[in-house]
Design a protein around this ligand. Structure first.
Ligand SMILES: NC(=O)c1ccc[n+]([C@@H]2O[C@H](COP(=O)([O-])OP(=O)(O)OC[C@H]3O[C@@H](n4cnc5c(N)ncnc54)[C@H](O)[C@@H]3O)[C@@H](O)[C@H]2O)c1
Ligand SMILES: NCCCC=O
Ligand code: NA
Length: 492
């Protein structure tokens, strides 16, 4: 199955017959071969999705009927949570407890959007009061059409769920193109779709590389919407490709999110959340708080404790008991992160903890939890996303300076603030130019709350009711209800 594509309800070999090695990053071993889909496969999948949308039952079902499929998918994910989590660890490298959490979140996401699909039966129509009482008007929400969904490797099944669940709830059909680095759990989603008898063509899954499978999907004229999660450079390409046909686009891109810690914070709590903000998932989190700003009176104490605690994190294969930091997802990302640490050193930064490959690891793309200090505000490491377990720490003198430093970025995905003073937290939260703000914590993510970025971190919001709105068109239906003639040209 892994070397096949899921198109129109059937598993088929890619038309050009190519494969991609799927690698376990903890061992640098090939686990299996996935199908290398290309433009012909994408064309076939998009046409299947188009037919399923234009003449199939899916968009015409009631929300409650679609909800039954979504709940069935959630149930199947839940049934095989252990197998899916282990597969995610083997493909991505993350520690097993994190993978289990992701799988549970993915199931919860399908259940949540099942609820919103049911609600659509009652709230898809909204009466609009218009000024001229001879008319009545209403806004009707309808499924947007065929979606091209492109996902990254950091949360493989969860990022797919964030798109597939709301799109299905809305009545759309999809072609999902998962990351070539971690395609396995997305293929399992295809198997689940088959088991729950999702109508053919409603969900199609085409594995392949960005240029060979992703790009043709973004350029396909029969796709109505592109839903993309990934890096800013690729997001830019997706937007440009979508511009050709004026496709609806939502982008969830990168970040360089700040975490502002005020001097009245508890040192232990601050260090724990700083660590969760950057070492969870090996720092491969779009919203990772990778720039930590600490108020001067506690800077030395926080830094000391942070470097001590970072050095204690248990590194290992994600399947091993007690592992809290697994390998980086791929050789490419591993080299990129080590290269950035080296560049930071050359630019004058101090490596206060970690900074390289941990001792005793012969294979696997492992990097130590790394703490950098003394970097310049305009340095590469302070400004660019690293997407690894590397945190930059800088002192600040007052609230105004903290806000200036926090917002001085082309990104605006997330931000966090810690202080005992709730009024100050609220004030700083409002001052951040970011789509997600955490107070006295960093990273907890809830299916019900909107997710997305300001500035170059993206366009649109996933999750919550905003996530459903991504996949709905709004139609105005206005009726002239008066008995008298209109009387503009014909007066009698
Ligand atoms: N904002 C969020 O919610 C969020 C979530 C996860 C990851 N991210 C971001 O994703 C990035 C890491 O993920 P990545 O390395 O997989 O990103 P990426 O941009 O390299 O790849 C993302 C996806 O796009 C595909 N792709 C590559 N080139 C393409 C092209 N020309 N046309 C169409 N598709 C193409 C890839 O195959 C992959 O499926 C980070 O920058 C991270 O911040 C953001
Ligand atoms: N907690 C999930 C974050 C998704 C972005 O990378
Ligand atoms: Na992999």
């Amino acid at each position: 199955m892994q070397d096949k594509l899921f198109i129109d309800g059937k598993w088929e070999k890619p038309r050009k017959g190519g494969t991609i090695d799927v690698i376990n990053p903890a061992k640098e071993e090939v686990i299996c071969k996935a199908a290398a889909g290309t433009s012909n496969d994408i064309d076939h999948a998009v046409k299947a999705a188009r037919i399923a949308f234009d003449s199939g039952p899916w968009p015409k079902l009631t929300g409650a009927e679609r909800a039954r499929y979504l709940r069935a998918i959630a149930g199947k994910i839940d049934e095989r949570r252990h197998a899916l989590a282990r597969l995610e660890v083997t493909d991505n490298g993350k520690p097993l407890p994190e993978a289990l959490w992701d799988i549970d979140d993915a199931a919860a996401c399908f259940n949540y959007y099942a609820g919103l699909a049911e609600e659509l039966d009652n709230n898809a129509e909204e009466p609009i009061a218009v000024a001229d009482t001879r008319f009545s008007s209403k806004a009707v929400r309808e499924p947007l059409g065929v979606v091209g969904a492109i996902t990254p490797w950091n949360y493989p099944l969860l990022m797919a769920a964030w798109k597939v669940a709301p799109a299905l709830a809305a009545g759309c059909t999809l072609v999902l193109k998962p990351s070539e680095l971690t395609p396995l759990t997305a293929l399992e989603l295809g198997r689940i779709a088959e088991e729950v008898d999702l109508p053919p063509g409603v969900l199609n899954i085409v594995t392949g590389t960005g240029p060979d499978a992703g790009e043709p999907l973004t350029e396909h004229p029969l796709v109505d919407k592109l839903a993309f999660t990934g890096s800013v450079p690729t997001g830019r390409k997706v937007m440009m490709a979508g511009a050709q046909d004026i496709k609806n686009i939502s982008l969830e891109l990168g970040g360089k999110s700040p975490f502002v810690v005020f001097a009245d914070s508890d040192i232990g709590k601050a260090v724990e959340w700083i660590m969760f903000g950057i070492f969870w998932n090996q720092g491969q989190v779009c919203s990772a708080t990778s720039r930590v700003l600490i108020e001067e009176p506690i800077y030395d104490a926080v830094l000391k404790r942070l470097t001590e605690e970072a050095a204690k994190i248990k590194i290992g294969n994600g399947l091993d008991e007690g592992t809290l930091l697994g390998p980086i997802v791929s050789k490419g990302q591993y080299d990129k992160i080590l290269g950035t640490i080296e560049r930071a050193r050359q630019d004058g930064a101090t490596v206060a903890a970690g900074g390289g490959r941990p001792a005793g690891f012969d294979s696997g793309y492992f990097i130590e939890p790394t703490v950098l200090t003394d970097m310049a505000e305009d340095s590469f490491v302070w400004r660019e996303e690293i997407f690894g377990p590397v945190v930059c720490v800088m002192p600040f003198s007052d609230e105004q300076e903290a806000i200036r430093l926090a917002n001085d970025s082309r990104f605006g995905l997330a931000a966090a603030v810690m202080s005992e003073d709730r009024t100050r937290c609220e004030r700083v939260a409002r001052a951040f130019r970011a789509g997600i703000v955490w107070i006295n914590c960093s990273q907890p993510t809830f299916t019900e709350a909107p997710w997305g970025g300001y500035k170059q971190s993206g366009i649109g919001r996933e999750l919550g009711r905003w996530g459903l709105a991504n996949y709905l068109e709004v139609k105005q239906i206005t009726s002239f209800d008066a008995d008298e003639p209109w009387g503009w040209y014909i007066k009698d």
